[in-house]
Design a protein around this ligand. Structure first.
Ligand code: UD2
Length: 302
């Protein structure tokens, strides 16, 4: 997109800030973020940061006034946190999204939302297709399923242009440890410190790791596609075992770390891999960053 007035909610966070970077040169970009997990320093200089909460009507109104495109990335992303506090997850991940969708109706703005592979729960088969069974195994997954459906309904009922992107395991520079972090940031930090790399269980579980630049690409395509009112898997279409991941990270970091098998994680999903045929066909999405390249770029940032 070019010459557009764009709001990125969660634009100081991991994915949102990469998206802001990609859009600022050619668009008028606003970022709405309450900075609980996002960081001011992530917001590009040429974007306007509105520091505040989505759930505050006046703030949301100011942030959405005159926009023609909204990337809704603000969320509580901790699966564990959602298990501990399902109501809080619902308030932030569902209720606040409804506020964003309503604001988008006011402005007749397109909305690109962050959905998640978590909506599939324990998949019946891999690769996972968009139409496959959805039995989320956490409040977080249920909340994402809910907004994924709302996005489609707002299109069907009100003609709003919406696209939901179901991210698989996202990683890359800017994904910080904090109290929530993906396996790649954990393993990289362990490897760089020459500490044991903690593989849960037998390490034969698989994941589809998608580099943040490819996620940004999918978002940019979602912003201009005419195939709206639907949801797309955003992964790479390939997967690796957690054990292979640990070995690759040890290699990329030139680490002397041992691989230590720890107890399997309760409720851990065994296999996850996206079928990205629909995104390829409808959006022209094509992931370009191999796991090794992506890991090298992530390690270089750390
Ligand atoms: C990812 C998402 C989550 C949700 C879910 C849906 C991330 C960070 N999380 O959870 O938001 O969308 O997918 O299915 O993208 N592991 C280890 N050692 C460690 C940490 C993790 O072996 O120290 C394993 C873990 O047991 C799992 C794999 O690595 O098998 C990936 O774990 P994760 O927490 O990065 O992501 P996942 O797939 O559970």
């Amino acid at each position: 997109p070019t010459g557009r007035t764009i709001l990125i909610t969660g634009g100081a966070g991991f994915i949102g800030s990469h998206l802001a970077d990609a859009l600022v040169a050619d668009n008028d970009v606003r970022v709405l973020d309450n900075l609980t997990s996002g960081e001011r320093a992530n917001v590009p200089d040429d974007a306007t940061l509105i520091e505040g909460d989505l759930r505050d009507d006046a703030t949301l109104e100011r942030a959405t006034d005159g926009v023609d495109l909204i990337f809704h990335k603000a969320a509580l992303v901790s699966v564990q946190g959602s298990v501990e506090a399902p109501q809080t997850s619902h308030e932030i991940n569902v209720d606040a999204t409804l506020e964003v969708l309503e604001a988008a109706r006011e402005e007749d703005a397109r909305v690109v939302l962050a959905s998640s592979a978590a909506i599939y729960g324990h998949p019946e088969r891999v690769p996972i297709r968009e139409g496959d069974a959805k039995t989320p195994s956490s409040p977080y997954g249920l909340d994402k399923l809910s907004i994924d459906h709302y996005a489609r309904q707002y299109h069907d009922l009100y003609g709003l242009e919406t696209v939901a992107l179901r991210y698989f395991n996202a990683y890359g520079p800017g994904q910080t440890a904090g109290d929530y972090s993906g396996v790649i940031s954990i393993f990289c930090e362990q490897a760089l410190r020459d500490e044991p790399i903690t593989v849960h269980g037998d390490g034969e579980q698989t994941r589809d790791f998608v580099f943040v630049d490819d996620i940004v690409q999918a978002n940019l395509e979602a912003a201009t596609t005419d195939r709206v009112g639907t949801a797309y898997n955003v992964g790479t279409g390939t997967s690796v075992t957690v054990r292979d991941l640990a070995e690759t990270i040890a290699d990329v970091t030139d680490s002397g770390s041992e691989i230590a098998h720890t107890e399997g994680r309760t409720g851990d999903i065994r296999h996850s891999e996206a079928d990205i045929t629909t995104a390829r066909t409808a959006l022209g999405y094509e992931p370009t960053v191999s796991l090794r390249d992506g890991l090298e770029r992530t390690v270089a940032w750390l």
